[in-house]
Design a protein around this ligand. Structure first.
Ligand SMILES: *[C@@H]1O[C@H](CO)[C@@H](O)[C@H](O)[C@H]1NC(C)=O
Ligand SMILES: CC(=O)N[C@H]1CO[C@H](CO)[C@@H](O)[C@@H]1O
Length: 251
């Protein structure tokens, strides 16, 4: 049976020194930890790597009927005292429940307390899978159109900066660019600004001047200004480096 996936869709930057952001997807099926892990690898990247500040959002999904859901953390089979992420790497968890971990081997979040419990791996819970993305600077000087085409051919798309976490990511990752401004997937057409992938505009990326309601004819593509950490409208024909969105784990 194909996993049914819900609409919950938000990003999550894991540690500022790690240049990635994560989208978490609840899978509406109750499986054992191992089955869940396989399901994630088939359809996404891995069971979710989760930070304390993600717990509230992840737990508030009303499709989760049980009190617990799996995330991608389990005891290291080689070292009883170590916990590791499905994605790889040691898990340093700050949200263990009091008295946890006990002797069990797989990690489930209890949504009523927003804490992690060690559970028997053959328990059946719903679970979160994630897809992991990163922003990559392309060191060539291109017009906005050329940049869009390059990103779509070689990666996924021009950068879509629609959350605080991705903005942080853009700041970190654009420091290596050769130009102070880098293209993003922001475009003004038919009377409004939009992201080229259709993402909504809830998050304010603009400088304190705010969104330019009706930019001049020659100011209709959006750059990320890495010296100021904001987006700005500019001339689409300028030649700039650009930020593409890339899947961290290729299929
Ligand atoms: C989630 O799964 C339950 C069965 O466990 C089903 O009744 C419900 O319709 C599903 N919801 C969605 C949105 O797929
Ligand atoms: C400065 C910086 O963090 N650059 C990173 C941007 O993302 C690419 C792709 O993952 C990394 O290789 C860079 O190190």
């Amino acid at each position: 049976m194909k996993a049914s996936v819900i609409v919950l869709f938000f990003s999550s930057l894991f540690g500022l020194n790690v240049s990635v952001y994560r989208y978490h997807f609840l899978v509406n099926e109750t499986l054992t930890f191992q089955e869940a892990q396989q399901r994630c690898i088939q359809h996404y990247d891995y069971l979710s790597t989760v930070r304390s500040k993600d717990l509230q959002d992840l737990s508030s999904n009303s499709l989760i009927k049980e009190d617990s859901f799996w995330i991608g953390v389990q005891r290291d089979s080689a070292n009883y005292f170590k916990w590791i992420w499905s994605e790889g790497g040691e898990a340093t968890i700050k949200f263990w429940a009091l008295g946890e971990p006990d002797g069990d081997k797989c990690g489930a979040v209890r949504k009523s307390t927003l804490t992690l419990f060690a559970r028997p791996c053959d328990n059946h819970f719903r679970f979160y899978c994630m897809k992991v993305y990163e922003l990559i600077v392309v060191h060539q000087k291109s017009t906005w159109e050329e940049a869009l085409e390059y990103c779509r051919q070689n990666y996924i798309d021009l950068a879509i900066i629609h959350s605080e976490d991705i903005m942080e990511e853009a700041k970190i990752n654009s420091t290596v660019a050769d130009t102070d401004e880098v293209w993003t997937g922001l475009r003004f057409l038919a009377g409004h600004w939009f992201w080229v992938n259709g993402a909504d505009f809830g998050y304010n990326v603009w400088s304190s001047d705010g969104e330019i309601q009706c930019p001049a004819m020659n100011q209709r593509c959006g750059v990320f200004d890495r010296t100021q950490g904001v987006c700005k409208p500019t001339d689409c024909e300028r030649r700039l480096n650009f930020l593409c969105v890339k899947a961290k784990y290729e299929d």
